[in-house]
Ligand binder design. Structure first.
Ligand code: AMP
Ligand code: MN
Ligand code: MN
Length: 300
């Protein structure tokens, strides 16, 4: 069960759910990816099994990737998986998926890969245990912004209802995701939000975080890009943060500008309303370039 860089709840929840279901049928599973699971997702059942893998050792029958659109998103592990495993299975909902597997199941209408893996487990007649339900419910919960984004469909709620019936606890998941801040983190959030800038026409808002301004764990546990997105007039919100000699950029839209197209110009990707990329360079010039591209996309 192979995860993408900076793993989120959709990739972790689906890998763990599928892996737990297969383990119940006697499979031996290794879970891992290029980066560790963030501490904020430490409540996902089984996440302690998720390892940092810099290379794949040994032979595998199957390598499964979920929520992972392209080989670059595993820092080369997909290419190794093609040698180490007889079959590579690619389960994803990203429109820009490169179909790198032997089996490719791409459903761009799914709000989260969590919806797809739920359907797969139902099809396999696997028992949806409470730990599996919690993993899949969290995957759907986070990729839909707590059931608020335009990717939410009737199927999303039907699947969520089934998962709650199977033992996922919405209040426990919401509290684990959003109510575990320390008092210092809330103050840090206040200070960080004061850095948000808004364009003169009000249509673009951005938050540029210089190196060392906030700890990595803080950024991982806060969906900071949602705050500039929450401004009424804003059409595209951007979060830019320094990672080593690069800048990691998150873009969010509200339906009228396709931010995936902007991200693609910088070698990234994602969905029409949520996309991202990482580019080498310093914060100021990257911010300037990104804002120029965003403004061009936003202007009528
Ligand atoms: P993020 O802003 O990192 O939360 O990512 C938002 C969306 O963009 C997710 O669906 C990611 O899969 C996608 N995304 C982020 N960075 C990249 C990248 N470098 N290449 C392709 N897709 C990305
Ligand atoms: Mn993901
Ligand atoms: Mn996803």
């Amino acid at each position: 069960m192979l995860g993408h860089v900076h793993p989120d709840a959709d990739v972790l929840g689906t890998l763990l759910a599928l892996g737990l279901a297969l383990e119940a049928r006697g499979w031996r599973i290794v879970y891992g990816g290029p980066h560790p699971a963030p501490g904020a997702l430490g409540f996902l059942p089984g996440v302690e099994r998720y390892q940092v893998l810099k290379s794949l050792e040994g032979a595998f029958d199957v390598a499964v990737l979920t929520d992972c659109p392209n080989p670059g998103r595993t820092e080369g592990l997909i290419d190794q998986a093609k040698t180490a495993a007889s079959v590579v299975v690619n389960i994803d909902h990203h429109p820009d998926n490169r179909r790198y597997g032997h089996v490719n199941w791409i459903d761009t209408t799914a709000a989260a890969t969590g919806e797809m893996v739920y359907r797969l487990l139902v099809g396999l007649e696997a028992a949806i245990t409470a730990p599996i339900a919690t993993n899949l419910f969290t995957a759907v919960h986070t990729d839909t912004g707590s059931f608020r984004y335009s990717n939410v469909t009737p199927a999303t709620f039907q699947i969520a209802a089934d998962l709650v019936a199977a033992g996922a606890e919405p209040a426990v998941v919401s509290s684990a995701l959003y109510e575990r801040r320390g008092a210092g983190a809330l103050r840090m959030l206040g200070e960080t939000l004061s850095r948000i800038q808004v364009s003169e026409d009000g249509r673009v808002a951005w938050l540029a975080l210089p190196a060392g301004s906030v700890p990595e764990t803080f950024v991982e546990s806060e969906e900071l890009v949602n705050y500039p997105r929450s401004i009424d007039s804003v059409r595209v919100a951007c979060l830019l943060r320094v990672l080593g000699n690069s800048v990691k950029v998150s873009l969010r839209g509200k339906g009228d500008v396709d931010v995936q197209k902007i991200a693609a110009k910088f070698g990234g990707g994602g969905h029409p309303n949520a996309a991202g990329f990482t580019v080498p360079g310093a914060l100021e010039p990257v911010t300037r370039d990104v804002l120029a591209a965003v403004r061009a996309a936003v202007s009528p």
